[in-house]
Structures are given as structure tokens and as C-alpha cells.
Design a protein around this ligand. Sequence first.
Ligand code: ZN
Ligand code: ZN
Length: 409
Amino acid sequence: MENKQKEYANLLIEIGLSLQPGQTLLIQSPVECAHFARLCASAAYDAGCREVVLSWSDDRLTRERYLRAADGVFDEVPEWRRRFFNDYAAARVPRLVIDATDPETLRGVDTGRIVRAQRAAGEALEPYYHAYMNNDAPWCIAAVPIPSWAKKVFPDKSEDEAMAALWNAIFETVRITGDGQSAARWRAHLATLKARKDKLNALRFKSLHYTNSLGTDLTIELPEGHLWAAGNGATPKGQPFVANMPTEEIFTAPHRMGINGVVYAALPLVDNGNIIDGFHFVIREGKIVASHAERGGEFLEAAYTVDEGASRFGEVALVPYDSPISNQGILYYNTLFDENARCHLAFGEAYPECLEGGNAMSREELKAHGLNWSINHVDFMVGTADLSIVGTTHDGREIPVFIDGNFAL
Ligand code: ZN
Ligand code: ZN
């Protein structure tokens, strides 16, 4: 186990961030994952890191703050916090996010406080969010188990067994078998994703039509000049990185005004610790005009009404139903994994890299080209075993992109 954890830490530094000698590294980690954060820091120093800087978080105190702190704090971001994140972003410091959250940590918390805190952070830390969203510096999000999350995923196991099971499941998703060859497997995997991406970019679809037996019947227009991207990006200086590990998706941005129809979620969505299940959206000219959920509808509404852009869409992602994560049959209650198990859409912000020249454009220019902006970006799964996606080209040809849940190209 310890050896696999070390291999994982090395993989994040080598493939996730391609950390270069002399670079500073920012690690964001929950306090419960201190052991793994230390392994990552050691791997970074082994790679010649100048300094590892830590930003710790604690689920329990985050929850207690939402429940018990004075109301005014949810509209404030203190100067030191702005400087910390905005300064490291301005210095283009590679950033590793260790993701481990109890999916229900914010259950029962006033959603108004969460929304206000998100808004305040969105404004105060705009340069920081922008720099990483724009791929100006390498970033990588990867997950490690914590007991509360492990028990949620494996409720019938003891805490120790659940932790071991979740570690092993995560190792499988990031292609770690214990033979020390995971970096080589990742290079091959990234090459497969690139080949699919290149095919889609060559076709330059005008629109995609989704249908399945859940009731989804959705047409998604793609903006002129849209680009499909895969999980591996690069900074303007050419430093490669993998923003999410694991990653199985090929994604682009939809036109913010060009989505029409009905889309049904294929899996529950966990947003800010709240579980939203059995939901669908009705969408007209890009905007969510109605939604219904069997469970958690109020949280869904809170998420897509945070600001104007939150009710429009920012991402269209293709993931084969027959993918390693999907085949595990595990519901992780964590977007990092669940979004890589299924085709998904996201409402909220679009990635500028999904438009030709987008990384150099202002927010207004991106909007003029059809890319959405919001402080939110919420992925939800739409892929099923019978999902069909048909692409229409600008000269009117109809080409199957997905048949029965898998790539047909
Ligand atoms: Zn995605
Ligand atoms: Zn997304």
C-alpha cells in the first residue's frame, strides 16, 4: 500500500504537473490527508522543487464555520487570503489539489451562506481562478480516501476495509498496479485520448443530438471555432499537465445560446455536499427554463441560479460507457471519478481552451463567440448504455458519434 501511494505521489508530480526543477509547488490538502500530502511534497523535492507551499483545509471546521460563524464573514475574503492565492497564481506556480471530501459534509448548512461565500471568493480570487481555468499554470486535482467518504462509497464494509477498498479502487482508476509502470501507461492513455480529440476536431460539428431511453432529447450547438480538448493540457510556455487524474473525457464548450430540449441525469449529483437525484432540465436557447428532481431539487436550483451564467452550459464531455471507471460499477459521490465514468454536461463556466485563440480572449470576447461564463461549473452525468449521439456537420452530413453508449467514430 505504501509503495503504491508513493508511486501515486510520483505520478502526480511527473505526469500530473510535469514539475520542473526550480519551480515552487502549491499543494492544497485536507488535514486528514497530511500523510499523502507529505509523500507528494517529497516527490516534488526529489524532482528539484524550489519550495513546497501548503494550504490546508478541514471539512469539519468548514462545516462548523458555516453553521456557527458570524453571518458577515460569508461576504468577506480577507486581504491575506487574496494575496496568498492571487500572488501564487500571478507567479504561475504549479498547483496540486488533493481532493478528499465527505460528500455530505455540508448537509443541512444554509445554502444562502454557501452561495454568498462562493460569490465573495469568486470576486476576490478572480485572478487566481482565471489563471488556472485558463491553463496559465499547471494544475492537477487528484483524490485520496478519507474514512467518511470511504464509508459512503462502501457502506457495508468496516471503516478500515472501506478505506483499503477505496484506495484500491482509486489506484485502478489511475492505472497503478504496483509494478512502477503507471507513468508509461499514462503516456499511452493520453495518446489514445489525443487521437479521439483530433478526429472530432477534424469533423468540426455544427451540432450534436443526444437521445436515450431516460427521455433525453437534446440538441447542442457547438460554437464556430470550438476545439475538443482532452485531459492533458499545456501552459503557454509548453509545460504539459493533466488537470484531473483520473481522466477519460474528451470535452468542448457548447454555444451558450444554442441548447434546446430535455436532458435527464443518469447518476446522482453531489454538489456542495448535497445529493441531488433523479433530475432533469428543460432547456430553451441555452438557458435552463425548468428543472425537476426527485431529491435535492432546492440545491439544484441554488446551484444554477448563483448568477446569470450558471443557468447556461459550459461543457460537453464524451466518455465511453465502457470505460475503466464505469466498469468498476462504483458510485464515488465525487465528480472527479463519476464524471469520468459517463458522458456529462456542465452548467456554468466554459473552458477558454475550448475555443481557437480562447486563452488570449477577454471574458466579453469569449461570450461574443458563444462561450459561457459563471462563477460556477457543475458537472452532471448524462451517459447511459443506450445513449446515442449524432453529429451534424456544417454541410449537413449526419455522423454517429456515440452508438449504444460508446464511441462510434
Ligand atoms: Zn468534464
Ligand atoms: Zn467539468
